[in-house]
Design a binder for this molecule. Sequence first.
Ligand SMILES: [Zn+2]
Length: 425
Amino acid sequence: MGNTLILGAKIWDASGAPAFPGDVLVEGNRIRAVSRVPGQLSRADCEVIDAQGRTLMPGLVEGHMHMTFDGIKTGEDLTLLPPEEHTLVTLRMAKVMIDHGFTSCYSGASSKIRLEVVARNEINAGRYPGPRLRAATPEITVSGGLGDEDLLHYKRESFALVVDGVDAMTKLVRICCREGCDNVKLNVSGDPFKPSSPAEATPMTQREVDAAVEAAHSFGRMVNAHARSAEAMKRALRAGVDVLYHCEYADDEALDMLEAAKDRIFVAPTVSLFHTMLYEASEYGMTNQIAQSMGMARLLEWSQKTHGELRKRGIRHVIGGDYGFAWSHHGTNARDIGFFSDYFGYTPSEALQCATRNGGALMMAREGDRLGELSEGALADMLLVDGDPVSEPGLLLDKNRLLLIMKDGQLHKNETGAVRHRAAA
Ligand SMILES: [Zn+2]
């Protein structure tokens, strides 16, 4: 791997400090030097990129990715797709994500056990373009929970895996670990999409959650919990779950427990789903009235209240979540940066830190490496942006403004038009 020297960029390093002018040297897959004094770094053996007038920042991280979703309208769309087509969908979405500046994706859940596993392996082998990917299991649920589509008179497959009891849970989690999943997804609470177990219900027992976490952690894997009810958050936290999703209906005790675990856990609010279903999905049959009848307005209200409070308590929020529906296509995931400001009160710089530094910490929670920050020694995932994403985060949605996309020190895209190779000085 060659070295890359990026000269004269405005550097936004994700520390929270304002951007500053400087040069960055990448050696292999790491940021070797960040210089605030222009012209100090040696050009020897470097590919040199002139970045004058552009902003250099860490690559974006999706914190609750569903790489197997491509414009779905219902869960059934995932079940009906055969595994062969679904594998191709997953690879296509991987390319969409990195083309839009997401150099890392932490998966919330896959639709079949091995879809994201094989995509991750292809990407890591360099045979297919895509972000760093932590591959997830399908949603693991219990009878009657979110994702159990069976009825007594009508047997149906589902995007989820249904298990009941401690032994069955342990066995399923072990099988998913054997098959190569990095993250285990548990549907601990119910959901407005599931009348038998609404969002406030908590069908998965404490013992089942404990068993899943023990099995996953024994394999060194991470655990994500779908947790809309306060009781689901508490069960997840007691069991040692690593990532909590949604968390709308937190009570005071749940808020205190989340805060007490803030150095250990990550939280993805997934607010875009409510926003887009309420206001932007009518052309797909999801009118505002239907979304209201599904309780989306109430969820949005609670999401705003709970995550505004969690922001004040210093929770490590990550952006993204539940993109991939017909009304929220992959590639638009950076909209969450604006939603974090609009709904939760983050400044644009803070919301961008959720999208980079917090996400990088999530990706590397097991490896203990540094990602999502532009500092010496960190892994070299970077974007060179035409414009200022701190004052105008919306421009990150325009992939034509992403002039350079680097992952692990390798250039996925370079349209700076200013590259020249230099021999050793
Ligand atoms: Zn999800």
